[in-house]
Structures are given as C-alpha cells and as structure tokens.
Design a protein around this ligand. Structure first.
Ligand code: MD3
Ligand code: FE
Length: 220
C-alpha cells in the first residue's frame, strides 16, 4: 500500500522484523521484502517504453523465451557475437534509461541486510517471463566483480527457482519465488548455477499475465 510519505516505508527499512531465510552460504531470502511496491512495476513499464523488452539471441543462435531490458549505466545483452554489458541499448542506439532511485535504495538496503555493505549496483537487468518462458541453468559470469553480490527482486506471478552448486552436474534444489521476494546472492553462492522453471499460466493483480524479475549487478 502506498502512503503519502512516498516509498520510504515500502522497502521495510522501518520493518526490522522481516524474516531472513538462509538458502545457502552467502544467499539470503527476504520474503515479501518489496511486496507493497506496486510502484516498482509501474517504473518497469516506464523503462520499457524507452528500452523495450526484447527476446535476445544467444551466441548459439537460440531466441531466449524470457524477454529482457535494462536500466542503469550499462545493460546485459546477447547476440551471435556473445554475452556482454553494453552502455548503449543495441535496439535503440541510445543510453539505457537511468536506474530509478527507488530501485537503487531497495537493492542497497537488501544487500546491507545480507551483510554486503557498500554494494552500489550500476546495472539492473529486467526479465519478463510469460507463461511457458524459462531460463536454463547458468552462471552469471559476465560481471567484473564477483566479490559483490547480485540482488534479485521477484514481481508478479510466482516461479519455481532452481538453485544448484558450483558445477552444472550438481542437482539443483527448487523453491518458489513469489511477488515481493528479494534474494541476495553473494560470497560462495555468487557463482552458483541457477535457473527458472517454465512459468505456469496465471494472472497477477500487479503484473497481469507475467512474472518480472530485477537483478541488480555491479558489472563495470
Ligand atoms: C544465484 N534471473 O537474470 S534471479 C538472471 O528469476 C537470472 O529472472 C533469474 O538468473 C530470474 O541472470 C534468477 C535470482 C538469481 C540471480 C542471480 C544469481 C540467482 C542467482 C547469481 C548467482 C546465483
Ligand atoms: Fe542468472
């Protein structure tokens, strides 16, 4: 619920009793940490008007089922040439939309709670899953700074998240990520294999027929 005081009370800096679940060494889940932030979803739609969601092509030539865009100083992108962070949106030829202050504050607050003070993400990758979309098991290795965590925010429809080990062959654990869940992945979990199972159909009051996911990264 939005109050006249703006978003200050939405990210639960004032709610010290948010429970912390430890998922693995360095990985912490704050359930519903961003739940009341309907404004996050609104900001995402605004970003997508400048840098639209697109289905990237992998270096291997596959079209990704997840649609992506970015905000911040650089954005993650992919094409036949490879994966990289680019300061210009290849789709528009212009800079990515700036990262909203609310995004930044949420990411920094969550990181600090998880024991990573001083996390100043300059990039935010935004994923949109429609029913049937999935993200295969992978590692996030395109950032310069593995010493900093990645902070993720799930919005809208729930997803089954796969969290594996440091080698692909390790069988992943599965858990559900729901609207407003924030996870901080750092330390020994930073390079863990992870993915998202095929999104089930559904309708969410905040997002409609999709799941949105923000990942905040120190990439440059
Ligand atoms: C575990 N996104 O964009 S967020 C990605 O739900 C990505 O859209 C998923 O994986 C999504 O790269 C998962 C949770 C997440 C993010 C980064 C991680 C889990 C992570 C980095 C290391 C280990
Ligand atoms: Fe990832």
């Amino acid at each position: 619920m939005q109050s006249e005081t703006g978003m200050g009370d939405l990210f639960s800096e004032v709610t010290p009793e948010v429970e912390t679940e430890k998922l693995a060494d360095g990985a912490f889940l704050f359930r519903r940490f961003a739940e009341s932030a309907a404004s996050l979803v609104e900001l995402i739609w605004q970003i997508a008007q400048v840098s639209p969601f697109r289905h990237l092509v992998t270096p291997g030539g596959y079209r990704m089922s997840v649609a992506m865009t970015n905000c911040g100083l650089a954005g993650w992108t992919s094409d036949r040439q490879g994966y990289r962070y680019a300061k210009v949106d290849p789709e528009t030829g212009a800079a990515w939309p700036p990262m909203p202050l609310e995004f930044q504050r949420l990411a920094e607050t969550a990181a600090e709670r998880a024991g990573f003070p001083g996390f100043r993400p300059e990039c935010c990758l935004i994923n949109r899953y429609e029913p049937g979309a999935k993200l295969s098991l992978h590692q996030d290795r395109d950032e310069k700074h593995y010493e900093f965590p990645i902070v993720s925010v799930s919005l809208g429809l729930p997803a089954k998240f796969l969290f594996g080990g440091l080698v692909r062959s390790e069988r992943p654990r599965r858990f559900r990520l729901e609207n407003g869940d924030v996870v901080v992945w750092g330390g020994p979990s930073r390079l863990a294999f992870h993915g998202v199972d095929t999104l089930a159909d559904g309708e969410h009051p905040l997002t409609g027929r999709c799941r949105l996911n923000l990942t905040f990264r120190k990439a440059l």
